[in-house]
Design a protein around this ligand. Sequence first.
Ligand code: ZN
Length: 299
Amino acid sequence: MSLFGGIEAGGTKFVCGVGTNRGDLIDKFRFETTTPTETVDKLIEYFEKQNKRGEMLAIGIGSFGPVDLKKGSPTYGYITSTPKIKWQNTNFYGKIKGAFDVPVGFDTDVNAAALGEQKWGAAQDISDFIYITIGTGIGGGGIINGEFLHGLVHPEMGHIFIPHDKKADPYEGICPFHKNCFEGLASGSAIKDRWGRPGEKLDKDHPAWDLEAKYISLAVINYICTLSPRKIILGGGVMKQKQLLPLIHKRVKFLVNNYIKVPEITNNIEEYMVLPKLGDNAGVLGAIALAEREYEKRK
Ligand code: ZN
C-alpha cells in the first residue's frame, strides 16, 4: 500500500496521520506540543511505526508560524519568530527531511487545510478561495489562481486591523503584537479573556456571539474586497458555535450592501461562506494532501 504522512503542527497540539491519495485517514495520533526535540522524536517514532503498514511516499507538514517558505532561503522550513520561545528558529522541515528519505511538503497550517478542502472537501475544483481558522488564534490561507498565496512571507490574515468601537466593546485586545487586531479581538483566547469564560461555556444567546459575528464579518469583507475569493471556508474551534455562521452570513451581506453584485453573495451566501467539509480532520488531511502534492511534483 502506498501511504502519505501528514503533520498538523499547532502551538498547543500536534495531529499526525497517514492516508492514501483518496482522502481517507487510515490512522491519526494527537499529542500536546512540548519542546521541539521531544515533539520531533514523537513524530519520527510515529511515522517509523506507520511505515510498516506500507510504503511511505512523502510527508506533508502544515505548521503554525510564522514560517520561512522561501525556496532557497538558508532558513527554508524554519519556524521563525513565533511567540512560543522554545520553537523560535526551529528547523522543522530539516528535522523531518533528515529522518525520512522521502519528499517533504511544507507550508502553513491554514494553506495545508485549504489544499485538503480543495482536494477532498468544500472547495473541490475551485481555483480561488480562502480558508480562515478561528480558534485559539486566527489564521488564514488560500489558493489564488490555483497556487498557494505566499508573497513576501505568507498571509497573516489574523492580524489585519478592523474597526474597533471602544464604546460598544471597551476590551483592549489580546494580541501580544497589536492588541486589538482581528485575532486580538475575535480569537478564542480573546473571547475567554473578555468574558472570563471560554466560548464553550457561554450561552448560545450570549452577547459575545453577536460581537464575534460582527468582527468576523468585518474581516471577511476586507478579504472579499482584496482577494475576491470564489469561496470562503471558516474553520476552527470558535466556528463550532452553530449560531455563528448564520449571523455572519447576514452581516456580510449587510456590509457588502449590494456593491458586489454576484449571485454567490446576493442569493446564495450560505454556499459562499461555509464550514470545512473535512471537519476536525481538515488540518491533518490537508497535510497529507501537501505530501501528495510534493510527491507528484518530484515524480
Ligand atoms: Zn495581531
